[in-house]
Design a protein around this ligand. Sequence first.
Ligand SMILES: Cc1ncc(COP(=O)(O)O)c(C=O)c1O
Length: 462
Amino acid sequence: MALSHEEQELRQAAELAVAPLYALDCGIPRHTLPEDELSPDLAYQIIHDELMLDGNARLNVATFVTTWMEPQAERLMAECLDKNMIDKDEYPQTAAIEARCVNILADLWHAPEAGTATGCSTTGSSEAAMLGGLALKRRWRARRLADGMPADKPNIVMGTNVQVCWEKFANYWDVEMRLVPMEGDRFHLSPEEAVARCDENTIGVFAVLGSTFDGSYEPVAEICAALDAFESESGIDLPVHVDGASGGMVAPFVDPDLVWDFRLPRVASINTSGHKYGLVYPGVGWIVWRDADALPEELIFRVNYLGDTMPTFALNFSRPGAQVVAQYYNFLRLGFEGYRRVQQYARDVAMGLSAQLDDVGPFELLTRGDELPVFAVALKPEVDNYTVFDLSVALRERGWQVPAYTFPENRTDLAVLRVVVRRGFTHDMADLLLADVKRQLRRLERQPAPTHDATSATAFAH
Ligand SMILES: Cc1ncc(COP(=O)(O)O)c(C=O)c1O
């Protein structure tokens, strides 16, 4: 006799109460849709248990992305999980909050039209980079066509240390990449090397604040000055886009005198990752243009917004509203002084930890965490029985995720460990990491020969 729905539920609940969950798990297909339903509790438990194999996000010093937010921010995000950012008409207040955030960033970066800034939220710096690059490409094309010149061979000049999103931009939008390699102790773009690669087909120069590889700031003001001189000689006026994925939310607070933003007339656009030092969980980035002229009108779509039209410029359509709301929460909650304290604390922790590592003996610091709160260390040349890859793997034993990787052209000989300090990584945690480094070194120093190299260690692709 068939069981009623209630009886079935009761029976299933009783089975679940006594069933060993892992035995049930055996029958769950991994790559096809299960035939039937599971109870929500069981489905939750199975997935929750599987995810225990992921690393602990707070011990991940590889990522630049936020891994801790205040409970109130989490509550707000939960309240907005169902809001689609693109539905400006249905969620006008979320749209208004997005526009406010753009204005706040434009003001922070000294845009001339800060109150009515041109910009938008994105899924991260990668999407923002595509938009910034695309605007530069279209502006270059319009100039070339207006002059009756061919516009089929655009190029972009940047350091080989750029994050992969810039290589994607060049690849996806058919722009030739003119990469400036590293040389000796120069690990990022220099003004001279940048200018040497510019010509009438250059859509712009990308400068990074700060470099993903070692946390160093590229000299944006000096690059702009070199481009001024280049313009006097050649008549070619080149814009600069600043990739402030991390530094855009660090420098304004802890390096207010560093001139890298719209105070430099050549800077046409700036992107940042709200989910890095903007202190929001993954899923939000920002781009701001100097003024309305810097974003070609033809790239803007107009959507209906409260009976009015609202300009949008994005690659995605649907996107979560929660991260944008969380960004505004941080702006309101922390204000300038709160952000300054958070970023200064991160810098103090990074500089403290790098100095202590320097004292241990076998390390050579490439950077100290005094620009981004990020530093890279190599092993001294005389260390030949273990590698940074060995140490990275050893630290995993205690849950620390410290990436080891080799540098790009022309310093592929250089292998480093990199530490990213961000909100939620305290002096206390830095002491614990240091103690684990020392403990693992005692063991590694006794091993006869290296065990891991770049090919056998965990991949690193930030
Ligand atoms: C300098 C730089 N630009 C761009 C990106 C890409 O950012 P997102 O992850 O927000 O797309 C990163 C990520 O680490 C970065 O460090």
